[in-house]
Design a protein around this ligand. Sequence first.
Ligand code: HH2
Length: 263
Amino acid sequence: MGVLNVTPDSFFDGGRYVDSVRAVERVRQMLADGADIIDIGGESTRPGSAPTPERDEIDRVVPLLEQLRPECDHRAVPLSVDTRKTGVMRAAIAAGASMINDVSALRAAGALETVAGSAAAVCLLHMQGEPATMQQGVVYTDVIAEVKIFLKQRAEACEAAGIARERIVVDPGFGFGKTVEHNLVLLNRLTEIVALGYPVAVGLSRKSTIGALTGREVSERVAGSVAAALAAVARGAAIIRAHDVRETVDALRVWRAVSTGRR
Ligand code: HH2
């Protein structure tokens, strides 16, 4: 899953793709590099971020979806929209989004019903708290058990609302109300999240945990991010959310060839 943030303030690519020509070029590059899903975000959810007004988020995301839809449909590449807002979900689905990636796991009023009433897939992410304050006073008794229970409950709520199991992806939410230690336990024991039986998405790309382990700035975290992606796939992750599609896909291709013993 290649990431495209059309925001002024995302922690890595904020401000780079606000211009729609550059955004479309970036998506084409990610497709050429081997992305299987494109995830478009119109609101940053980095720690400390302020919420974006719904109208602004729609204006950032919808015109891009409309522009990208023909070529993504042609390649059978799903367009995912990273949003917490029901109104944005509705507008995005109407404009051709085939996946909603929600860091609030469809907890906003009307969100479950909106996705259930469409054919879109959903990615349910575990977050403790809200982006503005989620890295303050982070406490878990048992991070694995708590993340698992939350994801199971949200997935069951989706199924009860009429979202077929095949449309559901879960994500432990690396960095969303978690310390470096929590993120490492979650990655190390990812098989326990995989055991829930839903495809698992992992997003560690360029995050501060990679910085804490390598001592590198955001701009220099590609190798660390690729290592985390391989560790996640080795433990059963189905989707890797990455800013650096080319490097991640290359690493995964080599990994898969070695794992299967075939080209
Ligand atoms: N991480 C971010 C945003 N959305 N979605 C999923 N499913 N998993 C993640 O780990 C995840 C996510 C944060 O990264 P990014 O979009 O690059 O930054 P920002 O929130 O600053 O736009």
